[in-house]
Ligand binder design. Structure first.
Ligand SMILES: [Zn+2]
Length: 46
């Protein structure tokens, strides 16, 4: 289930697309609260 090829090992904050839950640390992959996709808050999305 790994589809992240960027710097996934860097510690950062990840925010859930769906519920806005924030997880600090390595990429959780899925939101622990609702299971939706997470995005790196340090990576602006165009
Ligand atoms: Zn969520």
């Amino acid at each position: 289930m790994r589809d992240v090829t960027q710097d996934a090992d860097r510690e950062a904050a990840y925010e859930c697309f769906d519920c806005g839950n924030v997880v600090d640390g390595t990429n959780p992959g899925r939101c622990p609260e609702c299971g939706s996709a997470m995005r790196n808050r340090g990576t602006p999305i165009e």
